[in-house]
Design a protein. Structure first.
Length: 156
């Protein structure tokens, strides 16, 4: 036997409509950051789609042909790197003229998107002389850049 009492449906509807009418204030900085993330994320996705189509259509000579990819699917990253002589770290930029490495441009751009948003916040907070937030955002930028550069190398 249940000790819960059913809620009449009209009370439930009233409670639901009260929740949907919550007024939330968003700061201009949050809007700016969100808009940068939105625009740049879609731009990165579009670049990824275009470069993937270039790869699949064979417009640029790939190092690993699409038809050969099933041979590598079951491999670890280390095994794949050895089998294809794939570059380590940022050395892939030297192979950007090959379609399979051109694919990485959109992905790398997506990794930069949050830094672009943080840079806009940093400028805004510095203009407002809001130094605690400027410091936090500046530290976030430094940590992301150091991590992307390979300074924080955790796994082999």
């Amino acid at each position: 036997m249940s000790s819960q009492t059913p809620i009449p449906s009209n009370n439930l509807r009233s409670a639901m409509s009260d929740q949907t009418n919550i007024d939330v204030e968003v700061s201009p900085e949050q809007n700016k950051y969100a808009n940068i993330l939105l625009f740049c994320s879609w731009a990165g996705i579009i670049v990824m789609v275009i470069t993937f189509l270039i790869y699949m259509a064979g417009f640029l000579d790939p190092i690993v042909k699409p038809s050969d990819m099933p041979l590598y699917w079951g491999m670890s990253v280390h095994q794949y790197s050895q089998a294809t002589n794939a570059p380590i770290g940022w050395d892939w930029l030297g192979l950007i003229t090959h379609a399979d490495y051109l694919n990485l441009v959109g992905l790398a751009f997506l990794g930069v998107v949050s830094v672009l948003g943080y840079l806009s916040l940093l400028v805004t907070y510095l203009r407002k002389k809001d130094f605690p937030y400027a410091t936090m955002v500046g530290l976030e930028i430094i940590i992301i850049v150091l991590a992307a550069s390979g300074v924080f190398h955790i796994a082999e």
